[in-house]
Design a protein around this ligand. Sequence first.
Ligand code: TEU
Length: 539
Amino acid sequence: MRFENKVVYQIYPKSFQDSNGDGWGDINGIRSRIDYLAGLGVDYLWLTPFFPSPQRDNGYDVADYRAVDPRFGTMADLEALIAEAEARGIGLMFDMVFNHTSTAHEWFQKALQGDAKYMDYYIFRDGTPDAPPTNWQSKFGGPAWEYVPALGKWYLHLFDVTQADLNWENPAVREELKDILRFWKAKGVKGFRFDVVNLISKGEFVDDKEGDGRRFYTDGPHVHEYLKELVHDSGIEGMVTVGEMSSTTIANCIRYTNPHEHELSMTFSFHHLKVDYKDGDKWSLMAPDIHALKEIFASWQEGMARGGGWNAVFWCNHDQPRAVSRFGSDTTYWKESAEMLAVAIHFMRGTPYIYQGEELGMTNPHFTKIEQYRDVESLNYYKILREQDKTEAETLDIIAQRSRDDSRTPMQWDASENAGFTTGTPWIGIADNYKAINAAAQMDAPDSIRSFYKTLVALRKKMPVISAGKIEFLYPDNADLLAYRRYDGETELLVLCNLREREIAKPLPVGWTDAEKLLGNYPDTADTLRPYECVVLKK
Ligand code: TEU
């Protein structure tokens, strides 16, 4: 099995461990924690970008794809990390941002000088200063086009203005990107994450009368063709690859991941992480719609299984608030809800991703001032929300619950100053609960959240029914309980998760009354499911 029984741990290097006191996490910091990671039993480490970058979007604005930004260390440090991880049976997964480059990249700089070859590396359109080519909106707010007076042209940026979209229709661009993959494969990298890779094929450049333009570039006309070509020609088919798919569909994700398509190993989809977006708007708050959450899990799990596709399963990453604060309780039932959320996805069909600190139950930092934020998206939306006449208090409440910085505060290693992350001044504030929530407090505690995650990772390797078994969701109309069973010829598991902060009934299908309890987050067993209680039964 290449990845079906594997677990990936995501590291945001800037916030993981600082080794030289500059307040930034770095590669040697990761090296110093390699045994902590190996101790979890994970198989791959996904590192978000550490390439040279102006850091407008924390490294997702890449200025050189084949080097290490000096603030993260040297190529020698990186090669040492690759070797030290491999010695522990862990592969490195690098993050390839191929939809766009930083405008500081030499390709774009040459384009700005009017070099026709490099202008065709990007999406430039003729125009006048007052008429952008389309009405598309950037995902970070504002228009998705920027005018360059010296050229008399606009360029497309679906994200920040300093992130210019690449022109994938240009074969020379595709060749450049294949070469980058070969470069890292030769260095011993074992996997790749492809950033917003379902946006690379743009369709018609026309105004969107119904939305922000995403329907003209999402899962675009040539995306599958481009992925097949990229994977085949760069020789990475045997590696583990995951595509981040923005606003995608089950049908497309089956095509992206069914092995007969020779595209990717698996995909991230985000529909389950929009059930608290009021009217689909990230910046309008509402309590998570648990019924919708269950429906999305069931349709994606059962749909991808039917189509031979493969999901990445996750709650957290560097763009999402901390799950325990968002879907659980970071106060009264902090431990129970963190463990229940873990069980909810780790027994599903797919490859689980653990985001740094999730295994400790790290929470949102609950910042109270805009000066505490660093993320370009959050800072943009602070302005947008204030312009929409939201009060300062309303705006800060929304940002505190939705900001990507919620997951980017430094890893909480111990109760010492700065949570053991740095001896300098951290680039961003640290959650003030670090004295209670940290790795040192959990490392040797058998009933800690970290120990619970270790057990989940080990079970995935020990029990083939988890990685290879079939899945069936139960009690679809019950808006409090997530229930599913996993089964193969040998073993059957029943997973019950109370998604609510209150006691609920515990329905048991016929034949499960005397089943063995494999795992749970309460020390005993009751006839009901207590707040955020999870139970896994085995037959
Ligand atoms: O994220 C894609 C993306 O769309 C998310 O940023 C998400 O849509 C947004 O946060 C919703 O509010 C990837 C990277 O994970 C992200 O960190 C980058 O900022 C983005 O692409 C651009 O490269």
